[in-house]
Design a protein around this ligand. Structure first.
Ligand SMILES: C[S@@+](CC[C@H](N)C(=O)[O-])C[C@H]1O[C@@H](n2cnc3c(N)ncnc32)[C@H](O)[C@@H]1O
Length: 242
């Protein structure tokens, strides 16, 4: 463990539900899981936890995002204020977290959360800064205080979680009233959707569809502002009522 506390990690500590006596920093991120990480949910999550998967993922993802700019929700869609706090759940290589850091500016804070040590090592070495920090934690048990973040992005992650409902409950808890969550996940709603979902399930990828995700957000008191599927992506934007 490292003794130097990265600036953004220091700024994250007051947001945590429980304050570690000596914050466990490893490779530039705060590791709140240690050996207690959930087992990988399938082939793809095993890949995202490997060095090879991490190295291959980022160029592919950032290339796709350059072509499809809408795949990264804007600060306006998130209604993310300058000086606010943004949480990027399942941040992977951290480039979206870094974009959120630019959105909130130097007075704000963007925190990327992931379970993969390999992704977090890469994210912290490439993007950690005074207002961009990374934390190792499970999406379904966020270490953050209730009503503590202004906006959440969770992009291409819910399909990997054994307990997506638990993660959505956490999003509803940690958002401030009026805060927004933007979700993207793989989606297909055309003919044979049931067969596609079954095949994906074999690789540990769940395709619940935007309607089921929207219904779950509503069960946790969130208002769904937009939900739909344009294959291969399902999207959702939800707001916590004031
Ligand atoms: C396909 S990548 C998406 C990364 C990034 N959000 C993006 O859009 O490029 C999925 C990420 O979710 C992370 N992940 C999977 N299960 C998780 C969990 N239970 N809690 C937090 N992150 C998780 C993986 O480690 C991986 O980095």
């Amino acid at each position: 463990m490292e003794t130097v506390l990265p600036e953004a990690v220091r700024r994250t500590l007051p947001l945590l539900t429980s304050q570690p006596d000596s914050p466990p920093v490893r490779d530039g991120y705060l590791d709140l899981l240690g050996g207690d990480a959930p087992a990988p949910s399938g082939f793809f999550q095993s890949l995202w936890e490997s060095r090879l998967g991490t190295v291959v993922y980022e160029p592919v993802q950032s290339g796709v995002r350059k072509v499809f700019a809408g795949l990264r929700p804007s600060a306006r869609r998130l209604r993310l204020p300058e000086g606010g706090t943004a949480l990027d759940v399942g941040c992977g290589p951290g480039n979206v977290t870094a974009d959120l850091g630019r959105d909130v500016g130097p007075g704000g804070l963007a925190v990327g959360v992931d379970v993969s040590r390999s992704m977090l090592r890469r994210a912290a070495s490439a993007y950690a800064g005074p207002n961009v920090g990374f934390v190792r934690s499970d999406a379904s048990a966020l270490p953050l205080r209730t009503d503590s973040v202004d906006a959440i992005t969770c992009l291409m992650v819910l399909q990997l979680l054994p307990d997506p409902e638990g993660a959505i409950a956490e999003f509803a808890r940690v958002l401030v009233p009026g805060g927004r969550a933007a979700i993207l996940l793989p989606g297909y709603a055309g003919p044979g959707a049931g067969v596609v979902a079954t095949v994906a399930g074999v690789a540990g990828v769940r395709l619940p569809g935007h309607e089921a995700i929207a219904a779950t957000f509503e069960r946790y008191g969130m208002e769904v502002l937009d939900a739909g599927t344009t294959a291969p992506v399902a999207r959702l934007l939800a707001e916590k009522p004031r």
